[in-house]
Design a protein around this ligand. Structure first.
Ligand SMILES: Cc1ncc(C[n+]2csc(CCOP(=O)(O)OP(=O)(O)O)c2C)c(N)n1
Length: 193
């Protein structure tokens, strides 16, 4: 499965969620599907998308928060799994696109998931109540929808090919994205129109 296909499969559901992505290929592929004001592309701060998503989920319980993570990124912040499990926000879905590589740096450096480590097993051992690994587009779509419906903290690992986009262009400046996303999170949810 390509990550772009997996993203396309869950993209419709992301319309009503606060979404935080890691930098690089994941951000560019999501952007290529169509930017929305509820998408935040966390540039530079590798590993911290899950921490940021956890903070948003806890401080905005009325939002459904989706973190789009990478194997390399979560592997350098594994404590995030234990912190997520500790606070267990029911409004957080943590999707990890596992391509077994640090793809976005331009050369394929294999991560620990390429040598046998399982992120879903680590999430489960950390105490995350729901975790699953999928390797098909249909499985990804269905498991993501089930996670949304479950209203329980979920780590969903999508095994994807180590293939990125043709270009990494995102035509939204970091600051613009930051203010736009903040406006989204602080909008009046009861306003009509
Ligand atoms: C602290 C830190 N270390 C290294 C980098 C350089 N870097 C940017 S993206 C990336 C790889 C991310 O890997 P992964 O999360 O597996 O996502 P992928 O690129 O494979 O989609 C690296 C090493 C960085 N931005 N910040």
């Amino acid at each position: 499965m390509l990550r772009s296909e997996a993203l396309e499969a869950i993209y419709p559901e992301l319309a009503s969620c606060a979404v935080v992505t890691i930098m690089g290929a994941t951000a560019s592929e999501l952007y290529a599907l169509g930017h929305r004001p509820n998408f935040f592309y966390l540039e530079h701060a590798m590993g911290l998308a899950s921490s940021m998503g956890l903070g948003i989920a806890l401080s905005r319980p009325e939002e459904t928060v989706v973190v789009l993570d990478g194997d390399g990124s979560i592997l350098m912040n594994l404590g995030s799994l234990t912190t997520m499990a500790r606070y267990r926000p029911s409004n957080l879905i943590h999707v990890v696109f596992d391509n077994e590589a640090l793809l976005s740096v331009g050369r394929t450096f294999t991560t620990a998931t390429g040598t046998g480590s399982s992120i879903a097993a680590m999430a489960e051992a950390a105490g995350v109540p729901r975790s699953a690994t999928v390797d098909t587009v249909q499985g990804c779509r269905q498991t993501f929808r089930e996670a949304l419906a479950s209203r329980e903290l979920t780590t969903l690992v999508a095994k994807v090919a180590a293939q990125g986009p043709a270009n990494y262009h995102i035509d939204v400046h970091m600051l613009e994205n930051r203010f736009e996303f903040q406006r989204y999170l602080t909008r009046d949810r009861h306003k009509v129109g």
